[in-house]
Design a protein around this ligand. Structure first.
Ligand code: ADP
Ligand code: VHF
Length: 262
């Protein structure tokens, strides 16, 4: 699979900053549009796996906390509250378009142990053949890597490899990979295609500055490496307009596409 437009099985990763306002509360307009576009892509014959962050962010809003907890147990408890709300919203919005969702909470060690890996794969395979949309997040009660180091980016690439997806699309708060962080350098230029992830690419990809997202560009580059090794084409596009997914899958030049590893 060389062209992203040909992708049948697609993993889509959504970060907290795409789902929520800077206040931490859900961006209802965007959330609704996203579920509509994904439902439509599914209707067109594509298989969708969603990796969604946002449990902590949604939990903060639901519990009425003044800010994101700083301690790990606080984040874990907030994520447990927020995860329910997140799935409630997905369930409701996808059901309106006649699609069923399934919650999958994963930990990294599951990918490493052969039996658990197989169990995970069996579940994904069956859900996809049943026509459901698996919605994945880290199991923040069991593992705290994402809460500590903050990223569902690499988790999404591991899911893409496990499910033998054709493409991984990461929705971010920025248009794609730039030659330096645009939040620090207003003259930064977008890089539309990355054929090879070399030390230069790793150097220009910095961390997150938003306070909502956590991984920044560096975890997305790690994700691109994992995806590339598994033969999965990866793209980073701006999540602020979910309609961009149509453009990307129509073959238009959008965001940054990583062809590395092909
Ligand atoms: N070279 C770069 N190109 C683009 N963004 C970069 C780069 N280096 C660091 N970043 C930062 O990465 C952020 C996106 O990652 P992150 O904050 O985790 O958000 P999200 O959860 O939406 O993916 C950008 O807003 C930007 O500040
Ligand atoms: N499991 C946590 C992960 C947080 C996380 O990775 O956030 P992001 O950097 O927005 O993808 C949550 O759902 O809040």
């Amino acid at each position: 699979m060389s062209q992203i437009s040909e992708a049948k099985r697609i993993v889509i990763k959504i970060g907290t900053s795409t789902l929520a306002y800077a206040t931490g509360r859900i961006n209802i307009r965007r959330f609704e549009l996203l579920c509509k576009v994904l439902s439509d892509l599914k209707n067109s014959g594509r298989e969708i796996v969603l990796v969604s962050s946002g449990a902590v962010g949604v939990g903060v809003a639901k519990l009425g906390l003044p800010e994101r907890p700083k301690d790990i147990p606080g984040k874990q408890a907030t994520a447990a509250v927020g995860q329910c709300e997140l799935m409630y919203l997905y369930d409701k919005l996808f059901l309106e378009k006649n699609h069923k969702v399934a919650q999958i909470l994963l930990t990294r060690d599951g990918f490493e142990q052969p039996q658990r890996r197989q169990n995970m794969k069996n579940t994904f395979d069956r859900l996809l053949s049943l026509g459901a949309i698996p919605i994945v997040n880290e199991n923040d009660t069991v593992a705290t890597e994402e809460l500590e180091f903050g990223d569902n980016d690499t988790l999404s690439s591991m899911v893409a490899a496990l499910t033998e997806a054709d493409a991984l699309i990461i929705l971010s708060d920025i248009d794609g990979l730039y030659d330096s962080d645009p939040h620090k350098n207003p003259d930064a230029k977008l890089i539309p295609v990355v054929d090879q992830i070399d030390s230069h690419i790793e150097e220009i990809a910095g961390g997150s500055v938003s306070g909502l997202g956590t991984g920044g560009m560096s975890t997305k580059i790690q994700a691109a490496k994992i995806a590339g090794k598994a033969g999965v084409t990866m793209a980073i596009i701006n999540g602020s307009d979910p309609n961009l997914l149509y453009d990307l899958l129509d073959g238009k030049t959008v965001g940054t596409v990583f062809t590395a590893g092909k």
